[in-house]
Structure formats: structure tokens, C-alpha cells
Write a protein that binds this ligand. Structure first.
Ligand code: NAP
Length: 356
């Protein structure tokens, strides 16, 4: 017997209460805009769509794509989001965005979407509780999960030294020894970045050869704070009182194990975009990132837009996710107003002062 969907909050405190909020049943009408995803992309899209009086419904998943609120809820201090000179905690930043979206009339449903029929109008989504949500336009902001090692100690020490974002957390490892796992461009970039803070960075790669581009490799090889351990995997992460103390490395050739003391471990072994719902319908690249019709956020399916890490292979920052969330809401609004072809043709709108 399916559970009822959890409606965690209903907006409309400033704008006149939208009809869905008078009858907060997500399945009771055809929505103009539904957003899937509650990270910075989804929440920014909600703020813009709500202020455009589109009464958005935001489905914030709980399980499949990671935590409600996205990856930022797993970080501590966020010091690179403009507007917060003293920094802000990741969960607080997300809560602020959520409150802002709610204030203008966004309705939130806390559930995973388990099926999506998007090649029809209205678009139809089914949630884990069996509710059907119908909408004219859809903004996919389901994010991407950093690939995990799936080794003992990883979950327990996540945030206690283990991270997947050097840009976010590198600052906390001043004069420490950190490990970067991976052999691609991200690993080289993160290792090089981390030498701004750490006294020593050890790159652990499972093979003899790096996957990274030559230029990135050379930059890392030239950096005398970076050491490499090849043919090794992390078998276990060790810690004490919630803080990482080191790892157990296993040699992939000999099978021998040894302990390497370190204060931090950064995963750079790729990301997994949360696109399984759209595997058969939306165009994506080889790694599953959604493709959009630049400079818009339109996908190959009419009325479906993508924003945030799910379509961003390159930058993966909270502020870039928020930026594409804004674009997706404006694209959806224009599409609803003018139909296909209207989005790209539309000249950039002069923002009202209050929108800046
Ligand atoms: P990637 O190229 O897929 O590299 C992932 C690395 O992690 C590989 O070396 C892989 O090992 C390793 N790995 C995967 N699963 C692992 C596991 N379970 N245990 C241990 N190691 C594992 O990912 P990426 O480095 O994030 O790069 C993604 C894309 O973004 C690439 O196209 C890259 O060029 C691009 N990028 C560009 C820049 C730049 O130009 N500035 C910066 C970052 C990323 P194997 O090599 O053995 O498979």
C-alpha cells in the first residue's frame, strides 16, 4: 500500500495563495512548471518560476539522487558563494534558498520520482507513493553524485576528512597531508589546487598510467608537493573520534597492504549524473549528462529543461547550478508563453531592479 506523498511546506505567504496550495494535492491539477531536484539549481528555478507567478511544484527527492537539498547539505562552510563574505554553512544556504522559494509560492513535495513520461502533454511523473503529477513544463535539476569508493570508513568519516570537493573543503587542510584518489583531470586539478593549502598531497591511482590529459599530468608532476602512488587502491579509511587518520592501501599488483597516515582524502573518481529516469528519452552524453541546446537549457524534448550538475560536466559549483536554474525557469516561462522556438529567439529580458 503506497504512502501518501509528504507535502512538507506550502508557500503563498506573499503572493496570493495559488490554487494548488489551497488544495495541496500535487496530483489534483495540471501544473505549469514542475521542478525535480532541491539543490541550488532546483531552488533557484523555483524562486524565479514562483516570482513569475507560475506556482511551481518542486519535488525534492529523498533517496535516489542523494540527500534532499543536494550535495551542499553535505558540506560545512561555503565560502565561495557570492553574498556571504563570512561564508555560510551549506545546509543553511540551502535552507535560505528553500525559504525564499517557499515565500513566493512554491509547493514542495518530499518524495522520489520513480517514473517520468515526458514525450507527451501533459508530462506525467509518478512518485514513490504512487501519486501522478502532471505538468506542462518540467525542469530537471536532479544533480550528480560524486562516485564513491564504497570502502569501510568512507561513510563514517564523510565530512571528517573525507570529501569529494577540493574547492569546497581544501581550505581546511592547511599544512596537512591529504590524499587524492583518481587518475583523471579532476584528480590532477584537485591535487594541484590542494597544494595551495596542504603541505603534501599524495595522489593514489589504481593503475600505472594516468588518465588525465598530458598538460594536467605535467603540471602535477612538476609540483614538488605532489607525490604519486600508482597501482594502489584504498581498501579502508581509518579515523578516530570522527576525524580521519589515514588509509589502508592495497597494491593492485602484489596485493600487499600498508597504512598511509593522512588528514584528508579527496575523491576524484568521477561523478554519476542522476539521469536514470530519462535514459530512454533525453539526449545525454556518454557519461549520462543531459545535453541542452546552448545557450538555453532546453533539452531535446519540448517543454523539458535541464539545470545544474545534471547538465554541467565541467564547473559543478553551487553558483553555476543556481545560474542555470535561473535560466531554466526563464526558458520554461518563455516556452509556456510562446511555445517551441520562442526561447532562443527571445532577446534577453531587461531585468527589473527587484530581479537582480
Ligand atoms: P574521469 O576522467 O572519468 O577519471 C576518473 C578517474 O578515477 C580515473 O582515473 C579512474 O581510473 C578513477 N576511478 C574511477 N573509479 C574508481 C574507483 N572505484 N576506484 C579508484 N579509482 C577509480 O573523471 P574526471 O577526472 O572527473 O573527469 C571527467 C571529465 O571532466 C573528463 O572528460 C575530464 O577531461 C574533464 N575535466 C576537465 C578538466 C580540465 O580540463 N580542467 C578538469 C576536470 C575534469 P582509471 O583511469 O583506471 O579508469
Amino acid at each position: 500500500m503506497p504512502n501518501d506523498p509528504v507535502i512538507t511546506s506550502v508557500g503563498g505567504q506573499i503572493a496570493p495563495a495559488p490554487s494548488s496550495n489551497d488544495h495541496p494535492d500535487p496530483g489534483d491539477r495540471i501544473h505549469d512548471v514542475v521542478i525535480i531536484g532541491s539543490g541550488p539549481a532546483g531552488l533557484t528555478a523555483a524562486v524565479y518560476a514562483a516570482r513569475a507567478n507560475l506556482q511551481p511544484l518542486l519535488v525534492e527527492g529523498m533517496v535516489e539522487g542523494g540527500p534532499t537539498g543536494g550535495q551542499l547539505t553535505l558540506t560545512t562552510d561555503v565560502e565561495n558563494f557570492p553574498g556571504f563574505p563570512e561564508g555560510i554553512m551549506g545546509p543553511e544556504l540551502i535552507q535560505n534558498m528553500r525559504t525564499q522559494a517557499e515565500r513566493f509560492g512554491t509547493t514542495f513535495v518530499t518524495e522520489d520520482v520513480v517514473a517520468a513520461e515526458i514525450e507527451q502533454q501533459p508530462i506525467s511523473l509518478r512518485t514513490a507513493s504512487g501519486t501522478t503529477i502532471r505538468t506542462r513544463s518540467l525542469i530537471v535539476a536532479t544533480g550528480a553524485k560524486p562516485r564513491r569508493l564504497e570502502v569501510p570508513g568512507e561513510d563514517e568519516l564523510w565530512g571528517g576528512g573525507v570529501s569529494a570537493c577540493a574547492t569546497c573543503d581544501g581550505f581546511f587542510f592547511r599544512d596537512k597531508h591529504v590524499i587524492v584518489v583518481g587518475g583523471g583531470d579532476s584528480a590532477m586539478e584537485e591535487a594541484t589546487f590542494l597544494t595551495k593549502f596542504a603541505s603534501k598531497v599524495t595522489v593514489v591511482h589504481r593503475r600505472e598510467e594516468l588518465r588525465a590529459s598530458v598538460i594536467m599530468q605535467e603540471r602535477a608532476f612538476k609540483n614538488d608537493r605532489i607525490e604519486f602512488v600508482f597501482n594502489a587502491t584504498v581498501a579502508r579509511i581509518e579515523g578516530s573520534d570522527g576525524l580521519m587518520t589515514g588509509v589502508v592501501l592495497e597494491d593492485t599488483v602484489t596485493g600487499e597492504t600498508r597504512t598511509l597516515a593522512a588528514d584528508g582524502l579527496f575523491l576524484a573518481i568521477g561523478h554519476i549524473p542522476n539521469t536514470w529516469l530519462f535514459r530512454d528519452t533525453l539526449d545525454m552524453d556518454d557519461e549520462g549528462y543531459l545535453l541542452v541546446q546552448e545557450p538555453t537549457t532546453a533539452t531535446n524534448v519540448e517543454g523539458v529543461f535541464a539545470s545544474g550538475d545534471v547538465m554541467d560536466h565541467t564547473y559543478r559549483q553551487a553558483v553555476t547550478a543556481a545560474g542555470t536554474g535561473c535560466k531554466a525557469a526563464i526558458d520554461a516561462e518563455r516556452w509556456l508563453a510562446g511555445g517551441a522556438g520562442h526561447i532562443a529567439a527571445e532577446p534577453a529580458a531587461e531585468p527589473e531592479t527587484a530581479d537582480i
